[in-house]
Design a binder for this molecule. Structure first.
Ligand code: B12
Length: 466
C-alpha cells in the first residue's frame, strides 16, 4: 500500500520480497541498474525479523556507500533508537509511512534537508538521535489506490492471492496487540466503489475462488459493511468465490450475518483470545464470553463456519483457565481453532507487564517473539511465560490443545475438503492431484519431526492423563 501511494505520487518504486528470495549484493546491483542516484532504499520490518533488517542496512551501505537507507514498519516505529544503535539506517519513518516517506523521497532526490519532516527519527550533525513529533498521517485510504499488483508481476505466480485488506486500523485497546503503534486508534475505510474495483481485479483477473479479508475489524462501520455486502451481492461474486473475514463478537447481529451470508461469506473468524471474563477484562478486550458465545451461535445459525484464535499463557492465568479454552472451542462447535502463545511485542501493555514480572524473554535479537512458537518452533524459548506457570507446562498445554483439536475427525474432514486460508488450505480437488499427497505427507512429517518428543508426551498425557 505504501508503494502504491508512492507510485500514485509519481515515484519510481521496486519491491524485493525476502519472503520469496533472499536479497543478495548481486540482486541489489541488478535492481538499481538504470536508476538515478541517490538510491533510496526502504526496509520494512516486524519485530521477528528485525535482526535481518539491520543486516540489510549494512549490506546496502557496503555496496552503495552514498545511498540512503530508510526503515519503517512496526518494530522500527516502536524502537527507533535501537535501529540507530544496531544498523546503518539514515532515517526511521515512524507510523504510517505514506506521507512522510513521500516528502522524504522528494527532498532526498532534490538534495534538500529533511530534519523538519514530522514522524521521522534521524541522527543530526552532532551525532544525536532526534525524533520529530508525529505529523499528519493518511486520512483517506483511497489515496493509496488499489493494490499494486504490477509491482509484483515477475513473481506473481509464487504468491497466494487469497488475501485482501480494505480497511486500516482498529480503535480498541487490547493489551497484546501492537498494531496501534502504527495506526493509533484511527480507522480508515476504502470506499465501497473501490472495494468492488479491487475485488474485480482479484476475481475477474486473477480468478480467486477464496478470499480472506485480512482487516483488523472488517465490520466496524455498519453502514459501510452493508453497502459493501450489497454491492458484492449485486456483482454476483458469490457465484465463483467464497469469502471470509475477521470480526469482533460485539460487532455482529442478525442483520450483519444476513448481509455477509448473502454476499458469499462462508467463514467468520473471531479473536476469542480467552474464555473467562476476568482475563478478557485484563486484556482490555472490551468483550465478554457471552458475546463470543452469541457471535459463534449466530454465525452457525446463518450456515457459516467459525474460525477462532486463542492466546494461552496470559498474565495471572491459572491452569484451569488455560485448559478451558480447548473445552470452549469444542463445546461451542468452533470449526477452525488455533491456540497461540502470548507474545509480548514491544510497545504493548503486555510487554510492560512481562518486563515488570521479569518474564519477558524476547531473545538477544527479539527472535523469540513468535506467537506460534510452541507449535512450530522447538528451539526458541517462549517470549512470555506468566508467573503462574512454567515454560514446560505452558508449551505442552498449547501443543495439546492444538493437536487435540486438529486430530478430531471433524477437523480432518474440514482440512481436507474445505480448507481455511488463514491456516492451511488445499487446492480445489486436491485428491485428484498426486503432488498434493506428497506435500501433505511432507508437511505432516515436518510437524512431527519438529515436535516428536513433545507430541508423544502430550498425546500420552491426553490419553492416559497425569
Ligand atoms: C497482514 C499481516 C500479516 C501478513 C503480511 C505481513 C506483513 N509483513 O505485512 C502475514 C500473514 C504474512 C503476516 C505474518 C506475520 N505477522 Co502479521 N500482521 C498482518 C496485519 C494483520 C496487517 C499488516 C498491515 O497491513 N497493517 C496495516 C499497515 C498500514 O501497517 P504496516 O504494515 O505496519 O505498514 C505501515 C507502516 O508500518 C509503515 N511502514 C511499513 N514498512 C515500511 C517501510 C518503510 C521504508 C517506510 C518508510 C514505512 C513503512 O508504512 C506502512 C503504511 O502506512 C498486522 C496487524 C496490523 N493491523 O497491522 C499483523 C502484524 C503485523 N503481524 C504480526 C506478526 C507477529 C506476524 C508474524 C511474526 C506471525 C508469525 N509468527 O508468523 C508473521 C511475520 C511475517 C513477516 N515476515 O512480516 C504482528 C507484528 C508485531 C510485531 N511487533 O512484530 C502484527 C502487528 C499483529 C499483532 N499481533 O500485533 N502478517
Amino acid at each position: 500500500m505504501l508503494a502504491s501511494y508512492l507510485v500514485n505520487k509519481g515515484k519510481k518504486v521496486k519491491i524485493l520480497d525476502e519472503g520469496l528470495d533472499p536479497v543478495t549484493p548481486d540482486v541489489l546491483r541488478d535492481e538499481v541498474q538504470g536508476l538515478e542516484k541517490p538510491y533510496v532504499f526502504g526496509i520494512s520490518s516486524v519485530t521477528a525479523n528485525i535482526a535481518r533488517a539491520y543486516e540489510l542496512t549494512r549490506m546496502i551501505k557496503d555496496i552503495f556507500p552514498d545511498s540512503f537507507v530508510v526503515m519503517g514498519g512496526i518494530h522500527p516505529t516502536v524502537c527507533p533508537q535501537e535501529a540507530f544503535e544496531n544498523s546503518l539506517v539514515d532515517v526511521v519513518v515512524r507510523g504510517q509511512g505514506e506521507i512522510p516517506m513521500n516528502v522524504l523521497y522528494e527532498r532526498l532526490k532534490k538534495g534538500e534537508g529533511y530534519a523538519d519532516i514530522p514522524s521521522i527519527t534521524y541522527r543530526n550533525k552532532e551525532g544525536k538521535i532526534i525524533s520529530n513529533p508525529n505529523g499528519p498521517f493518511l486520512k483517506d485510504l483511497n489515496e493509496c489506490g488499489l493494490f499494486p499488483f504490477h509491482l509484483f508481476e515477475k513473481n506473481l505466480n509464487r504468491y497466494h492471492l487469497g488475501f485482501i485488506m480494505v480497511t486500516r486500523g482498529c480503535p480498541y485497546e487490547c493489551i497484546f496487540c501492537s498494531a496501534r503503534s502504527i495506526t493509533g486508534r484511527s480507522y480508515l475505510i476504502l470506499s465501497p466503489e473501490n472495494v468492488i474495483k479491487q475485488l474485480d481485479v482479484y476475481i475477474k483477473e486473477y480468478k480467486q475462488q477464496y478470499l480472506y479479508f485480512m482487516d483488523d475489524i472488517f465490520g466496524m462501520n455498519k453502514k459501510w459493511l452493508k453497502e459493501v455486502c450489497d454491492r458484492m451481492c449485486d456483482a454476483g461474486y458469490y457465484k465463483t468465490t467464497k469469502f471470509s473475514c475477521s470480526l469482533r463478537s460485539d460487532c455482529v447481529d442478525e442483520e450483519v450475518m444476513q448481509w455477509l451470508k448473502r454476499a458469499g461469506f462462508v467463514l467468520i473468524n473471531f479473536g476469542i483470545e480467552t474464555v473467562t471474563n476476568r482475563l478478557l477484562d485484563l486484556l482490555k478486550k472490551n468483550e465478554t464470553v457471552e458475546q463470543h458465545e452469541r457471535a459463534i451461535e449466530l454465525t452457525k445459525k446463518y450456515g457459516m463456519r467459525v474460525g477462532a484464535t486463542f492466546i494461552l499463557g496470559l498474565p495471572t492465568e491459572t491452569d484451569e483457565e488455560r485448559e478451558a479454552n480447548y473445552t470452549f472451542a469444542v463445546k461451542t462447535k468452533i470449526d477452525f481453532a488455533r491456540f497461540n502463545n502470548a507474545a509480548c511485542y514491544p510497545g504493548t501493555e503486555l510487554y510492560d507487564i512481562a518486563k515488570k514480572e521479569g518474564r519477558a524473554n524476547v531473545g538477544e535479537k527479539w527472535e523469540n517473539l513468535n506467537p506460534v512458537s510452541a507449535l512450530v518452533e522447538s528451539k526458541d524459548p517462549l517470549p512470555y511465560v506468566p508467573l503462574t506457570t512454567t515454560e514446560d507446562v505452558l508449551r505442552k498445554s498449547i501443543l495439546r490443545a492444538n493437536y487435540r483439536f486438529s486430530i478430531r475427525p471433524k477437523s480432518i474432514f474440514l482440512f481436507l475438503f474445505e480448507g481455511n486460508p488463514l491456516w492451511f488450505s488445499l487446492p480445489h480437488k486436491w485428491y485428484l492431484k498426486p503432488a498434493e499427497y506428497y506435500y501433505i505427507a511432507r508437511l505432516g512429517c515436518t510437524i512431527i519431526a519438529n515436535n516428536s518428543k513433545k507430541l508423544i508426551r502430550s498425546l500420552s498425557r491426553s490419553v492416559f492423563g497425569g
